[in-house]
Write a protein that binds this ligand. Structure first.
Ligand code: PGA
Length: 244
């Protein structure tokens, strides 16, 4: 099994019922690769009805199955709502909610238990890159956030430099290639099917830079924020991936 190409959209805290017209437009396309949209949790169930072949995912889950955790959502609840995937350890969760690698790994175990595919995010801050620590940070986040039960079938890894998210700035091709090669190497050293995990790049992916990013070795797709909100932006990114 070779890594599957995946174009994943993270709507973050954007979207109301009316936004589902964007999903209608994506579902009506000839996409040519796997597509995932992670809307806010309030839209998961209605999104499934608009998604056609497009997979629908959550943006986070709790590590416990149920209980007294006001405002949280369990992996089983996401699955029950119709989600097939969940993003975990996004840098905004790590920053806004203080999520640690160990918590991300615990959430991933819960998500796999509920039958969800996890999209586990790693990425260095600008200070870490400037300090020359990027590869160490990525290796340590991977080791700590990806649980032993991960397989190429239940886990996708997204490399998202924190400084590239929502900023319009991206690493150059050599910088992306270096991190993706490291991730492939670490996963292959740890998991028997490590060569088959899909590795996404995320951070200011746009229609104008997608083809260049998808040409980089070990980049199997993208995790897209802002440019996933409109089918007119996300469609060309999907096409660039399908053609890569
Ligand atoms: P962006 O976000 O595409 O808006 O930079 C990416 C992400 O946070 O997943």
């Amino acid at each position: 099994m070779a890594p599957k190409k995946l174009a994943a959209g993270n709507w973050k805290m954007n979207g109301v019922t009316a936004s589902l017209v964007e999903l209608d437009a994506l579902a009506a396309r000839e996409n040519g690769c796997d597509v995932l949209i992670c809307p806010p949790a309030t839209l998961i169930t209605p999104a499934v009805a608009h998604a056609g072949e497009i997979a629908i995912g959550g943006q986070d889950c709790h590590a416990n199955e149920s209980g007294a955790h006001t405002g949280d959502i369990s992996a089983a609840m996401l699955a029950d709502a119709g989600a097939s995937h969940v993003i975990l350890g996004h840098s905004e969760r790590r920053a806004d909610h203080g999520e640690t690698d160990a918590q991300v790994a615990a959430k991933a175990i819960a998500a796999h238990g509920a039958g969800l595919v996890t999209v586990i995010c790693v990425g260095e801050t600008e200070a870490e890159r400037d300090g020359g620590d990027t590869l160490d940070v990525i290796a340590s986040q991977l080791a700590g956030s990806v649980p032993d039960c991960a397989t190429a079938a239940n886990t996708v890894i997204a490399y998202e430099p924190v400084w590239a998210i929502g900023t319009g700035r991206t690493p150059n091709s050599e910088q992306i290639a270096e991190v993706h090669a490291l991730m492939r190497d670490k996963l292959s050293g740890r998991f028997s099917d490590g060569a088959d995990f899909s590795l996404l790049y995320g951070g200011s992916v746009k229609p104008g830079n997608a083809a260049e990013i998808f040409a980089i070795a070990h980049v199997d797709g993208a995790l897209v924020g802002g440019a996933s909100l409109k089918a007119s932006d996300f469609g060309p990114i999907i096409d660039a991936l399908a053609q890569a």
